[in-house]
Design a protein around this ligand. Structure first.
Ligand code: MG
Length: 342
């Protein structure tokens, strides 16, 4: 027969076990971080504001597609995120889930390997206390609406309680209608997310590679809170005509988020266009837009921030950075000073 001491010991052990399980499942989140300070971001008119209703503009990096065959996923490491945060002062990362139907080792065909890579970066961003965009990286998302809904429901259940996280539900629609293709898709996905997560920001792509923000501004999504719209630009391809579309959308009251931009041509390659980059950065500053640069990769193309063979664990020297990497690092490092100066 058990004496009182034995019963007490067993009960105590049981609670100790419970406590240690609870501690193990908690993330080791930094308490003095950017996200601890600013909290959940919210759309307020054309502005994005923090938990104290102060306008905020973030600068950071987009990673590359998550599928193994294109090899950018090798940089989906905890160390790379930590290095970007520490050395580049990156405030936001964007994590592209390869979800395009033409990517045969993407999420639609190889869900586990793609999902695992994406979650690794999202978890690291949460631990580091920076913001993170979960991006359904597809140019044909309306063809896979059911899969997109299922994916974002999963993400909302897992990450909806973290103020770090934003959902980007359609990277770049092509030449399709906003009114009859993109908007209905977006409303279905938003409705599914909002049933689980009532408040984290959702960012909606716009037609023509996320350039037709002016078109979306004529017929925005209503009935849901905290919705922003995607503008993408590549400095060596996109000039005044895209500035004008952006400013028209802003005049119409559309909140914009530059989830992807490049210093080079829209195909991700070629030389940087320095004058155009400068002009774009002045416009982003003027309207305090947030932005992520494409991309964290060492592929031999102009947009990569790294030269071939750079370590997947960060610690990059000047020599490891591409010309675009050096320029973008300066903008990201100095963004808060730049964006807040008169
Ligand atoms: Mg939430």
């Amino acid at each position: 027969m058990l004496n009182k001491f034995a019963i007490f010991s067993i009960v105590l052990l049981f609670f100790l076990q419970l406590y240690s399980c609870a501690v193990k499942t908690q993330k080791n989140i930094k308490t003095d971080s950017l996200v601890a300070k600013h909290g959940l971001l919210r759309v307020d008119g054309i502005r994005i504001v923090d938990k104290k209703n102060q306008q905020i503009s973030l600068a950071g990096n987009s990673f590359f597609w998550s599928n193994p065959y294109w090899r950018g996923v090798k940089f989906f490491t905890k160390d790379a995120v930590k290095w970007l945060h520490k050395d580049w002062h990156t405030q936001i990362i964007r994590v592209p889930l390869a979800a395009d139907p033409r990517v045969k080792d993407g999420y639609l065909y190889e869900p586990d390997v793609n999902l695992k890579a994406v979650e690794r970066l999202v978890d690291t961003a949460i631990e580091e206390g920076i913001y993170v965009i979960i991006d359904w990286h597809s140019q044909h998302a309306e063809q896979n609406e059911a899969q997109a809904i299922e994916f974002f429901e999963k993400m909302a259940r897992k990450y909806g309680k973290y103020p770090n996280v934003m959902y980007e539900i359609y990277n770049e629609p092509l030449k399709v209608s906003w009114d009859t293709v993109v908007k209905p898709y977006a409303e279905h996905v938003i409705s599914a997310i909002r049933k689980i997560d009532p408040d984290n920001m959702i960012i909606v792509g716009t037609p023509n590679w996320s350039q037709d923000v002016d078109v979306a501004s004529e017929n925005p999504i209503t009935g849901y809170n905290n919705i922003a719209y995607t503008l993408h630009f590549y400095a060596a391809s996109h000039f005044e005509w895209l500035h004008n579309k952006m400013e028209k959308a802003i005049k119409n009251g559309l909140p914009l988020f530059v989830t992807e931009w490049g210093t080079v041509k829209a195909n991700g390659d070629g030389q940087m266009h320095l004058e155009s980059v400068k002009k774009w950065m002045q416009l982003l500053k003027k309207y305090k837009l947030s932005h992520c640069n494409w991309s964290v990769n060492d592929k031999t193309e102009g947009a990569s921030i790294l030269k071939p063979g750079a370590s997947v664990h960060g610690g990059w020297s000047e020599d490891d950075l591409s010309p675009s990497g050096k320029l973008v690092r300066e903008y990201i490092r100095n963004w808060q000073t730049f964006v807040n100066e008169k």
